[in-house]
Design a protein around this ligand. Structure first.
Ligand SMILES: Cc1cc2nc3c(=O)[nH]c(=O)nc-3n(C[C@H](O)[C@H](O)[C@H](O)COP(=O)(O)O)c2cc1C
Length: 419
C-alpha cells in the first residue's frame, strides 16, 4: 500500500520528505518544533509574528520595554497614529529569533519562515521589508508568504543577494489569488518555488468569508493543479487544512500534489509552544467547541476554541508596547471595538464582544486558534489515569504521517504514570 514516505518533494535542486509543518504564530511553531521537522527531512516553519516580543521572552532582550518607554506619553491617547516600530530594532529582533534557530539546524530538511502580510505594524511595507531582510540575512532556507495577496512583497526584497536563492512560496485559498501573485511575480522575474493551497478547515486565519463551509479543499486544489498545468508553470502545489492522516496526504499526492502542509496534529506535541494546560484543552475539545468567528482584529475570519480566554476580554489596547495590528494610519479594529464598548452602572468597562486584542492575547496564549479537526486529537494519543492526555513527540507525529495506512493513527507508547 502506498504511504506518504513513498513520495519526495523537489524544490529546485533540493529534495525533502513531502511533509511541511505550517507556521503557527505567535511562537506556537517554536524553533524546537520546526527544527524537528527539518531534522527528520521535511520542512519546518518558524513564524515571524511578534518577533520582538518572542525575542524578549526567549533571549531576555528589551525590545518591547524600549518601545513602550518611547511611547509612554501616548498611553491614554485614543490616536495611535504616532506609534511606529523602530526598524533597526525590528530587524535586530527578527535576526536574533531566526539566527538562533538557523544555528541549531540539523538534518537534510528545510527551515522556513511564515510571514503574514496582515501584520501591518503601523507601517506595512517598511516593516514587512525589514522582517524579510532580517530572515534572509539570518540564513533562512525558505519564506512562505501568508495572510494577504502579497502583490507588492517581492519588490521589497528584489535587491537582496539571496532573492533568487531562497525558496519563496505563497499561501492562497483560490486559483484567483494565485493568479494575482503570479502576475506580480512575473514582473520581478521571480516565480514562486511552491504554492500552499489552504482550505477552509485550517487553523489560524481563514482566506474565506462567512461562506467558508461551502468550499472544499480537494476542489480548489484540482483547480490550482489545472491552472498550473495549463500555464506550464513549474510550481509544486501543497495543500493544507484538515489533512489529518497519512492516508489523507497520500490522496492529495495521487492527485498530483508535491507535498502537504499540516499543523493541528503538532499542536499537542511536546515541542509546540502552547502551554501544557492549553494543549490539554485542545486534546479534550469536542467538535461543537470549534468555531469560526470574526473576532480577529485583522478583519479575517479565524477558527478557535469557543472558550478561548481572549473572547469578551476588555483588556486595554496595548499599542505602545505591542501594536502589531495597527494600520499605517494607526487604526485597529480592536481599538474601534474597545472605544465603542460602554461601561456598567459601576463605571466598569463592559466586555468587548466584537473583537479581540490579538497582540496582547496571542502573546499570552489566550487565543486558542485551531484546525477544524482538533476534536480528533484525542484519538491520536493515550488518556492517562489522571484524566489528562499524553503529549506526543513531534517525531512520533511526523512518522505517523509518513507511514500511516488506511487512515490508521499509531498511538505512542504509553508513558509511565506521573508521580
Ligand atoms: C494553532 C495554529 C496557529 C496557526 N497560525 C498560523 C499563522 O500564524 N500563519 C499562517 O499562515 N497560518 C497559521 N496556521 C495555519 C497552519 O500553518 C496550516 O496551514 C493549517 O493549520 C493546516 O491545517 P491543519 O491544521 O488542519 O493541519 C495556524 C494553524 C494552527 C493550528
Amino acid at each position: 500500500m502506498t504511504v506518504l514516505n513513498d513520495f519526495r518533494l523537489r524544490l529546485g535542486d533540493d529534495e525533502y520528505l513531502p511533509l511541511m509543518l505550517g507556521g503557527m504564530g505567535v511562537d506556537i511553531s517554536t524553533a524546537d518544533l520546526a527544527l524537528e521537522a527539518c531534522r527528520l527531512g521535511g520542512i519546518g516553519h518558524l513564524s515571524d509574528a511578534m518577533a520582538p516580543w518572542v525575542s524578549d521572552r526567549k533571549f531576555k532582550t528589551h525590545f518591547t520595554k524600549t518601545k513602550s518607554g518611547r511611547y509612554k506619553f501616548n498611553r491614554d491617547n485614543v490616536d495611535k497614529s504616532e506609534i511606529k516600530f523602530n526598524l533597526e530594532e525590528l530587524y535586530n529582533a527578527t535576526l536574533k529569533v531566526v539566527s538562533a534557530a538557523v544555528e541549531r539546524k540539523t538534518g537534510d530538511g528545510g527551515l522556513f519562515i511564515n510571514v503574514m502580510e496582515k501584520l501591518t505594524m503601523g507601517a506595512a511595507a517598511d516593516t514587512l521589508g525589514t522582517r524579510l531582510r532580517a530572515a534572509l540575512d539570518a540564513g533562512i532556507d525558505g519564506i512562505t508568504l501568508s495572510a494577504g495577496l502579497h502583490n507588492a512583497t517581492l519588490k521589497l526584497i528584489k535587491d537582496h543577494p539571496r532573492f533568487h536563492e531562497v525558496k519563496i512560496g505563497i499561501i492562497v485559498s483560490s486559483v484567483r489569488a494565485l493568479k494575482i501573485f503570479i502576475r506580480s511575480a512575473l514582473k520581478m522575474d521571480r516565480l514562486p518555488d511552491y504554492a500552499v493551497v489552504e482550505g477552509p478547515l485550517a487553523g489560524g486565519h481563514l482566506g474565506f468569508g462567512e461562506d467558508w463551509a461551502d468550499f472544499d479543499l480537494k476542489k480548489i486544489v484540482s483547480e490550482v493543479l489545472d491552472y498550473v498545468k495549463d500555464e506550464k508553470l513549474d510550481i509544486p502545489v501543497i495543500p493544507a487544512g484538515g489533512i489529518f492522516t497519512g492516508t489523507d496526504a497520500v490522496e492529495y499526492m495521487e492527485m498530483g500534489c508535491a507535498a502537504v502542509q499540516v499543523a493541528t496534529r503538532f499542536t499537542v506535541t511536546e515541542e509546540c509552544g502552547l502551554p501544557e494546560r492549553v494543549k490539554q484543552r485542545y486534546l479534550a475539545a469536542e467538535e461543537e467547541d470549534i468555531v469560526v468567528n470574526s473576532l480577529s482584529a485583522t478583519g479575517y475570519l479565524m477558527r478557535m476554541l469557543k472558550y478561548s480566554p481572549a473572547i469578551g476580554s476588555n483588556y486595554k489596547p496595548q499599542c505602545e508596547p505591542l501594536g502589531y495590528t495597527l494600520s499605517s494610519q494607526g487604526t485597529c479594529l480592536y481599538l474601534d471595538a474597545y472605544h465603542a464598548t460602554g461601561f456598567d452602572e459601576n463605571g466598569k468597562k463592559l466586555p468587548v464582544e466584537d473583537k479581540i486584542c490579538l497582540c496582547h492575547h496571542f502573546g499570552q496564549h489566550n487565543v486558542w486558534t485551531c484546525g477544524q479537526n482538533t476534536y480528533r486529537l484525542k484519538d491520536t494519543t493515550n488518556k492517562l489515569p489522571d484524566g489528562s492526555y499524553q503529549l506526543l513527540t513531534a517525531e512520533h507525529v511526523f512518522n505517523d504521517y509518513l507511514y500511516s495506512e488506511n487512515h490508521k493513527i499509531a498511538l505512542p507508547e504509553l508513558q509511565a504514570v506521573r508521580a
